[in-house]
Structure formats: C-alpha cells, structure tokens
Design a protein around this ligand. Structure first.
Ligand SMILES: C[S@@+](CC[C@H](N)C(=O)[O-])C[C@H]1O[C@@H](n2cnc3c(N)ncnc32)[C@H](O)[C@@H]1O
Length: 493
C-alpha cells in the first residue's frame, strides 16, 4: 500500500484496495469495483487529510477504532454516497401510488384506524419523502383526520440535514407537475421552501439499512416502503438481505416500490408483483397466501414523442429520431393528440390518433402512438398486433421494434423480445436503452455471454454522453445511473 499527496487522490495496492472494498460493503453495502475506484480514492484522500492519517493503513485503523470509528465511518459515507433524486422521480410510480395504493389503504382502514406509515429508505435530501406527503395530501379525502407518519432515512448526514431544511432549487423540480410548486412551496431567496403542512408530516432519521435494526428503530408496521435507487449500488447478496428485512417491516399486503431500473427477479420470491401501466411494484402477500412467483421485467420506457412523419421511409438504417419530423398540415392535430397523451387522457388521445391515421394513411407515427397508448393501458396483445402491422408497412421503424421488444418481454415471450430488440439496435445502434433491454432479456434467458455483450454495448453508447443527462427513451434515468446499472449487471454475471 502506498499513499499519495492526500488532497485529491491516494493509490492503493490491490490488497489494500480489497481490504477497504470489503469493509465498506460490510458497513454500508456500497460496492466499489476497481473501475469506480476514483470515487473511493477521492473520499479516502479527503478523510485522510481531515484526520491527519499518515497512511491508508493508519486510516483503516481509525475506521475500526472504538473511540472514533463510528463517527469516522459516517463522515466517510457522507462522501461516498450518490444522492441523485428529484420530486416525483419516476412519475409512473407515483401515479400507481396515488391511483392504486392510497385508495387501497383508505379502503383497508374501513373507517377504523385511520393511520398510514410510509418509509422512504435512502431518502437522500428528502424529495421522495415529501413527494409521498404531497400525494397523500392530494388524495386523502380529509388529511387532517388521519395520522400520517412518513419517515425518511439515509446514511448520509449531510443529505438528511438538507432534507430537514426542506429548501430546494430548480433541478429538484424537473419531474414534478409544475402546479405543485405554488401549492406546496414558497419562495425563500433564490430557492423554494416546502410548506409547513407537508414538512410536519415527514421526519428524517439516520439509519443504515445494512447495519442497523429495522423494527426496533421504529421501522416496522409500514404500509408502504419506497427503497428506490439505493440497492443499485449494493452487491446482490446485500440487496437480498435488505429486501428480505424490508419484507418483515411491511404489514401484510403492504407495498414496496423499488427503482425504475431495479427488479427483485433472482433476488427474492417473497413478494408478489403488481403490474401497473408503465411500471410495476411489489406487495407482501396476505398472511397464509402463497406467492405466485412471477418474473418482473422492467417496464417499457415511455418514449419522448415529439412530432409526426408521413413520408415513405428511404431504405437503409436511420436513427429513431428520423421519425419525429412532421409536415406542417398534420402538426397541429398531432400536437393536440399528443397533449391528450401526455395528460394521460388515453381514450381521448387514442381516438384522435385513429382519426389522424384515417385522414393521413401515411402518417405512421399516429399508428405508433396508438400502439404506445395501448401499451400504457396495459393492453399488451393488441399493442403487439398493431406494432406488427406498422412494421409490415415500414420495416425500419426503430421505436416500434423497441416497444415491441419490451412488450414481448412483458408477455414472457423472450425469443420474440430478442428478435425485436435486435432489430431496434440494428436500425439505430445509438439507443442505449435498447442495448440495455436486450441485455435484460438475455439475462432472463440466462445467456450470460450475450447479455454481457449487450450491457457493454449500452455502456459504450452511454459513455459518449454527459453523466447527468437523461437517457433517451427512458423516463428519468440519467446516463450515469444507467452506466452503473449496466456495470452492476456485468459484475453479477
Ligand atoms: C440515488 S439516492 C436515491 C434517492 C431516492 N430514493 C430516489 O430514488 O430518488 C441513494 C440514497 O441511498 C442512500 N444510501 C446508500 N447506502 C445506504 C445505506 N446503507 N443505508 C441507508 N441509505 C443508504 C444514499 O446516501 C443516497 O442518499
């Protein structure tokens, strides 16, 4: 082991690196592969400088020291965690929470105990926990008649402090419906502060989900747990332990939401899967009921549809985006229909797209949109039929192949999913989610070599893009996060 000049970097021998790697997994779950060692080294260098440790070994001893160890571990984890988050992150999950889960909880209370307890595990700076509170305020008929307890927990002390302050800037609101800004926040200097009625319903507590007990720390009897985009940084065995412990923190029939890019497939079969348009989540089954073990593929990503195309396609490969230019005559009607689609007025949007495709038979985009709407409504078979008809008319329609692939995967038709996704990446090799999705299907088929190749292809497309940019054709995945997901998949092969 050697140590460097300490302000920005240290260099570790393989053995010392492994020693830190093992220790950090044991203590926090966070897994640093050699390829991600830079992030670890910067954190170590900062703490070594702050503590005056003469060498990495010296610092390792401090981390284990009875007097300073606990505090020092917390200080190190403050530097090693990634706190990416936003209000209403992955809106489809909050639609499911509002439209399905909260009404269930209201019904279950049956006029009796009117209390709800929700745990946001790995809450970062609080956006997720406050989003839960806003959804409850929006949906409970008489919020003041309920005891609402929302607990946000995290391992990062600085994030918890920000969460308690409840003061946010623009980027935090990027996935939030704009109307809520006026309703639940007020301006405070250049920032926005969460209103007291929301703040009062949430409390933030330090909790390390890998080391600390759950039920004895007040984290039992939860109606819902959100643990999204946290275990993505853990090795599979740690994730398995965490989601199994969460099972016992839920009431029977309680719900678990995990991240958009995560799945419990191959991790645990204790939960039942609940599918909802554009997303899925999990439920602890009622006592005494057997769980139907069901593979839960990732939901298909809604596509950022911006306009229409009506001309006949030129032969040869072309980018997905080439479908997105519209002749002016159809733009207005198309935009109106698209507005209805984005408002999730699916019936209305569907009718308008049907009318458009009758009036403009070459407007294939209108047909594609009908397929997308059916898919969003969970009507997978008719969506597949429609997309197949579309592809007979234009066999280079990349987005249609992509959506078809995801739908086949949802239907458990894995060979057909592979066929469609391979065509999607042939048409446009620069769409990272299509490579990633192909990797997911190969992984389900236990074809490790092919899955490895697909994840690597996804990474090589992604590494040409800025890390904080959103991934094209995904709802709210950032490039950096999808790279990590792919790396984690590669490591677990
Ligand atoms: C990417 S953020 C996710 C925030 C939010 N759940 C979301 O999806 O928007 C991951 C959070 O998990 C926290 N975390 C990581 N390891 C943890 C652990 N062992 N116990 C509790 N929180 C942890 C990190 O500090 C970070 O704030």
């Amino acid at each position: 082991m050697t140590s460097g000049s300490a302000d920005t970097r240290v260099t570790l021998s393989d053995d010392t690196f492994k020693q830190f790697q093992r220790f950090i997994i044991e203590q926090s779950g966070l897994y640093f592969a050699r390829e991600r060692e830079d992030a670890l080294m910067v954190g170590l260098a900062e703490r070594m400088a702050a503590t005056g440790a003469a060498s990495a070994q010296d610092y390792f001893e401090r981390l284990n020291d009875e007097r300073h160890g606990q505090q020092e571990r917390k200080a190190l984890f403050d530097l090693l965690t990634i706190g990416e988050t936003s209000f209403f992150r992955n809106p489809a999950q909050f639609s499911a929470f509002t439209d399905l889960v909260i009404p269930q909880l209201i019904q279950r209370s049956g006029g009796g105990k009117r209390s709800i307890r929700i745990w946001s595990a790995g809450c970062s700076s609080g956006e997720e926990a406050y989003t839960v509170a806003i959804c409850l305020l929006e949906t409970l008929p008489t919020p003041d008649g309920w005891t609402v307890e929302i607990i946000g927990t995290d391992i990062n002390q600085r994030s918890l402090e920000l969460a308690r302050q409840g003061l946010y800037r623009g980027r935090a609101f990027r996935t939030m419906p704009p109307a809520y800004l006026d309703k639940y926040f007020h301006k405070d200097g250049d920032e926005y502060r969460i209103n007291p009625e929301v703040r009062a319903r949430v409390r933030f507590v330090y909790h390390n989900m890998v080391r600390d007990p759950y039920v004895p720390m007040g984290l039992g009897e939860c109606d819902v747990i959100f643990c999204r985009n946290v275990t993505i940084y853990f090795p599979l065995d740690v994730t398995k332990r965490v989601v199994e412990k969460m099972f016992y923190s839920l009431v029977p029939e309680g719900y678990l939401f995990i991240g958009h890019a995560e799945t419990l497939w191959l991790i645990t079969d204790k939960y039942r899967t609940i599918e909802y348009p554009q997303t899925f989540f999990y439920q602890r089954p009622p006592v005494g009921k057997r769980v139907d073990v069901k593979v839960a593929p990732r939901p298909f990503a809604p596509l950022p549809v911006v306009a229409a195309r009506s001309e006949t396609a030129p032969p040869g490969r072309r980018s997905f985006a080439s479908h997105r230019t519209a002749p002016p005559a159809v733009t207005e009607a198309f935009t109106r229909a698209l507005g209805a689609y984005h408002r999730k007025a699916y019936e209305e949007a569907f009718e308008q797209f049907v009318r458009l495709s009758k009036e403009q038979p070459n407007l294939l985009r209108a047909v594609f949109m009908q397929g997308l709407i059916l898919a969003n409504q969970g009507r997978y078979e008719p969506a597949v039929d429609l997309l197949r008809q579309l592809l007979q008319r234009d066999n280079l329609y990349g987005e249609a192949y992509y959506l078809l692939g995801v739908l086949h995967q949802k239907l458990g038709e894995l060979d057909q999913a592979v066929g469609a996704l391979q065509k999607a990446v042939y048409v446009d090799p620069n769409v990272a989610v299509a490579h990633y999705q192909l990797g997911e299907v190969f992984r389900q088929q236990q074809q490790a070599d092919k899955a490895t190749r697909a994840y690597r292809n996804a990474i090589s497309v992604l590494t040409t893009q800025p890390g904080d940019q959103f991934v094209a054709y995904s709802e709210d995945l950032t490039v950096g996060l999808l790279i990590k997901v792919c790396q984690q998949r590669l490591e677990s092969m």
